[in-house]
Design a protein around this ligand. Structure first.
Ligand SMILES: Cc1cc2nc3c(=O)[nH]c(=O)nc-3n(C[C@H](O)[C@H](O)[C@H](O)COP(=O)(O)OP(=O)(O)OC[C@H]3O[C@@H](n4cnc5c(N)ncnc54)[C@H](O)[C@@H]3O)c2cc1C
Length: 405
């Protein structure tokens, strides 16, 4: 009997110990934010991990403030955050999650699946323009580079001049990006045929493989490597100074906060919602040149300015948004990029490719092609506008002709 009693006691102690271990493990897991890139990017955390400074006034003098707050961790926001973090403290806020374990993002063969995924957790958010054009915008760290066709080219010298950028700085930035995420494509048969066709119809000269923007036909860069794996702007964060950078994902900025005590309102902080719906506030440091940088995309940036009270006064008042700055241009003048698509259906199994070859004409018209993204009868049926799955039930070769002017 004593033996049985002892065994029961040991068993009970073992059960308590096991429960304790399990509880400690669960607790530890709930504290850590796990994503496949966590060791390379230890500064990426969920928005809910943010601890708010006690109050706006105190925070302006408190330690947890930032020299730069960047809103939108997309194609522009990620390299900007990595660069600024070399010398300044930076908070990067991105409304989507991380791309590192997302198969729809990582693999070329899922390009169209990602665009067709209309779920709340999708990396791509579908929208329809006022002209009725179906399109997508990114909702993930890495932004458009996580859902786009991955074609990479340098800007033309005339463009850099027209928009007033510092040409020297731009030219120094190209290799920084190219070394990290751009690749030379291996041409698939359809892209080779497309290249030869462009040359045959007189889109010349043939400039071979080059990142430069040159008239004629060329093979450009791609963010897909030879295994069809996508490299996104989120990977540029690997160049950041980890001691200076804080990246919060699932952090949707709702409003920029202004200090209106002086004549000219000054942006001092942001209000953002975390993944649990809780509102948080983050503030800039007192450093005179500290800034809030809006890089939330062509739609997201004007949307956020309007929500923050910057825009046409009449429009803001109609929505009961108190006006910080009356600016008639915010949210105006948007236009769809004219695009004509020629589909060539075939019942042969065509190797998949996204943009590798491009024809650049002096009329400001670009000609590109992709292949193999058709759908079978039982797969997804969703018109995503750009490379619509509904257009054909066969394997496709697509020729896209669009204008830049
Ligand atoms: C289907 C498709 C194919 C394309 N193909 C190519 C191509 O082959 N080559 C090419 O050069 N370009 C291509 N583009 C265009 C290119 O992807 C975009 O021009 C580029 O990504 C824009 O960069 P961005 O930084 O301005 O915006 P984005 O990269 O869209 O970044 C904006 C980020 O801000 C976040 N955000 C928005 N609002 C908020 C908020 N309130 N709070 C927090 N975060 C917010 C978004 O989630 C997003 O991550 C393509 C675009 C699409 C849609």
């Amino acid at each position: 009997m004593a033996l049985v009693g002892g065994a029961a006691e040991i068993l009970m102690k073992f059960k308590i110990l096991l429960s304790l271990i399990l509880w400690i493990n669960t607790f530890a897991l709930s504290q850590a934010y796990e994503h496949p890139g966590q060791y390379r990017y230890p500064f990426i955390r969920p928005a809910s991990s943010f601890t708010e400074p006690p109050s706006a006034a105190e925070s302006r003098g408190a330690s947890k403030t930032y020299d730069y707050i960047i809103i939108g961790g997309g194609t522009a926001g990620c390299p900007l955050a990595a660069t600024l973090s070399q010398n300044f403290s930076v908070l990067l806020l991105e409304r989507g999650g991380t791309p590192f374990a997302n198969g729809n993002v990582s693999f070329l063969q899922n390009f169209h699946i990602s665009l067709a995924d209309t779920s709340q957790t999708s990396a791509s958010q579908v929208f329809i323009s006022t002209d009725g054009v179906i399109n997508s915008r990114a909702r993930i760290l890495g932004g458009g580079t996580c859902i786009n066709a991955g074609f990479y080219t340098r800007a033309s010298a005339s463009y850099i001049k027209r928009v007033g950028w510092d040409a020297k700085l731009v030219n120094e930035s190209y290799p920084w990006v190219e070394k990290q995420i751009v690749h030379r494509p291996e041409l698939v048969p359809w892209q080779r045929a497309f290249r030869d066709s462009l040359i045959e119809v007189g889109i010349s000269p043939f400039n071979g493989f080059t990142y430069d923007h040159l008239y004629g036909t060329k093979i450009g860069g791609t963010i897909f490597d030879r295994f069809g794996r996508r490299h996104t702007a989120a990977e540029l964060l690997a160049s950041a100074n980890p001691d200076n950078l804080h990246v919060l994902v699932h952090a949707t900025v709702q409003k920029i906060v202004f200090d209106k005590t002086s004549k000219r309102p000054r942006a001092v902080g942001v209000i953002f919602k975390d993944e649990n719906g809780k509102q948080n506030k983050a503030f800039l440091s007192k450093r005179p040149r500290s800034e809030i940088i809006v890089s939330s995309g062509a739609l997201g940036s004007p949307q956020l300015l309007l929500l923050s009270g910057i825009g046409p006064k009449a429009d803001l008042e109609k929505l009961n948004i108190s006006v910080v700055l009356d600016n008639e241009f915010v949210g105006k003048g948007m236009a769809d990029n004219p695009l004509n698509t020629i589909y060539i259906p075939t019942n042969r199994n065509i190797k998949q490719s996204l943009i590798q070859v491009v024809g650049i004409t002096k009329l400001g018209v670009y000609i590109e092609a992709s292949s193999g993204f058709g759908q079978s009868m039982d797969s997804i049926h969703w018109n995503n506008g750009i490379v619509s799955a509904e257009v054909s039930t066969m394997f496709l070769c697509v020729c896209l002709v669009y204008s830049n002017e």
